[in-house]
Design a protein around this ligand. Structure first.
Ligand code: MLT
Length: 410
């Protein structure tokens, strides 16, 4: 057999795996080092109690003949789809029906798998820097072209720089599929309503599909930042929205997320006929996925109870408190920083023009802090690092002390 050659064109390892491997090696060589992880966006607070109770009960369901659950619906159980439609959309005046919601084992899988439903020759646009799954998954699917000077020849890159506040703007070129993330990973900045309206207008004019990664929407506190792309008129005809329970309810280890494919959203087949994408995604999921686990879906459902909502909001506030502290302390110490208000991520410019990986190494060896090198999210991230607000308050405070000391900033 022959392999899928696209793998050979990819960088050898996925960004977060590379960071984890470097960290593992450093810890092996320096077992005494107390490394504080400010790299991957992994949570540190336990799962909200409402979800824990619901999952205990669901485990008991599995122990009795009358309540046992075998294969579930590939699209997810109605109890969770209804809770999401009500709790995340109707409650905000947004029109999303339960049968447009597909439950999955997380946003990352869906963002990577959606490539199954658009054509192999689609022109894909990605923010630079952006969450690496968008690029890597499309390269695996054969949409990358050639890698020249760190850029894939077939992609449209949407540069995010201080000049545009790190927010991608609609390009002059045509793109068939556009990945947008707001609040953004890695830069922590978010679209205002009018900025998102410009994207919906672009997608409508170009008959493009927007894949809207809204994994961090629970962190939005500003009034003019939409939580869902469907708050924008006309978005239902051009956008798929992907969300996650990882960063809201600490489900990084439990795995649950969902994708919304509105009924009106269509693509064209080779004959120019309109085909609903919901039908294709349903076909894809029923073929390749057997649904998220019953126990986990019961846990997710409980997050929409009054108790669950309160506990989620406490956790989000805690991480936002960390993020704000990082942003404020780093700003006070003279660093150039972005994000950290509607987002758990803080995007930090290297103070002396140092490149991202050397700065990563230096932070690790001199301060025992691990960060995510900005260049790992794309070329335009060179010279930046990303810090997360997901560690504990104590560790975050200590990390700030160490970084500020290392740079002799106060
Ligand atoms: C991140 O750190 O960017 C995320 O945690 C990665 C992910 O969600 O897969």
């Amino acid at each position: 057999m022959k392999i899928n050659d696209n793998f050979e064109a990819l960088p050898e390892s996925y960004l977060f795996s590379t960071v984890a491997a470097k960290l593992r090696q450093y810890r092996e060589e320096h077992p005494e080092a107390d490394v504080i992880r400010m790299d991957i966006g992994d949570v540190t607070l336990p799962i909200p109690d409402a979800a824990i109770k619901a999952m205990h009960k669901a485990v008991d369901d599995m122990a009795a003949k009358t309540t046992f659950h075998g294969y579930g619906p590939e699209q997810g159980y109605d109890f969770l789809r209804n809770a999401i439609a009500q709790g995340d959309y109707a409650s905000r005046g947004v029109n999303v029906n339960a049968d447009e919601i597909f439950i999955s084992d997380g946003a990352k899988s869906d963002l990577g798998n959606l490539g199954d439903i658009y054509s192999e020759d689609s022109i894909v646009a990605v923010a630079d820097p952006g969450y690496p799954v968008y690029v890597d998954a499309n390269v695996i699917d054969g949409r990358g072209g050639k890698l020249v000077d760190g850029k894939w020849s077939n992609f449209v890159y949407l540069p995010c720089t201080p000049a545009n506040g790190f927010k991608p703007v609609p390009p002059v070129e045509h793109a068939d599929v556009i990945f947008l993330c707001s609040p953004a990973n890695p830069t922590g900045v978010s679209f205002t309503r009018s900025e998102l309206e410009a994207w919906v207008a672009y997608a409508r004019a170009n008959k493009s599909l927007i894949i809207y990664d809204s994994a961090y929407c629970a962190y939005i506190t500003s009034g003019d930042v939409p939580h869902s792309i469907y708050e924008i008129e006309g978005a239902r005809e051009v956008a798929i929205e992907v969300r996650s329970f990882s960063k809201t309810a600490g489900f990084t280890g439990l795995r649950c997320g969902y994708t919304v494919v509105p009924a009106e959203l269509c693509g064209e087949d080779a004959e120019g006929r309109e085909v609903p994408l919901r039908k294709l995604w349903n076909r894809r999921q029923t073929t390749k996925f057997n649904g998220a686990s019953y126990v986990i879906q019961r846990g997710a459902e409980a997050l929409y109870s009054a108790e669950g909502k309160e506990q989620v909001s406490e956790n989000v506030d805690y991480y936002l408190g960390n993020a704000r502290m990082i942003r404020d302390k780093m700003t006070e110490a003279g660093f150039e920083v972005y994000g950290g208000d509607n987002s758990p991520y803080i995007w930090v410019k290297s103070p002396d023009g140092e490149e991202s990986w050397p700065l990563f190494e230096r932070l690790l060896t001199e301060a025992n802090i691990s960060c995510t090198p900005g260049v790992g999210f794309g070329d335009a991230g060179q010279g930046y690092i990303r810090l997360t607000g997901f560690n504990t308050r104590e560790n975050t405070e200590e990390a700030m002390r160490r970084i500020i000391r290392m740079f002799n900033k106060k």
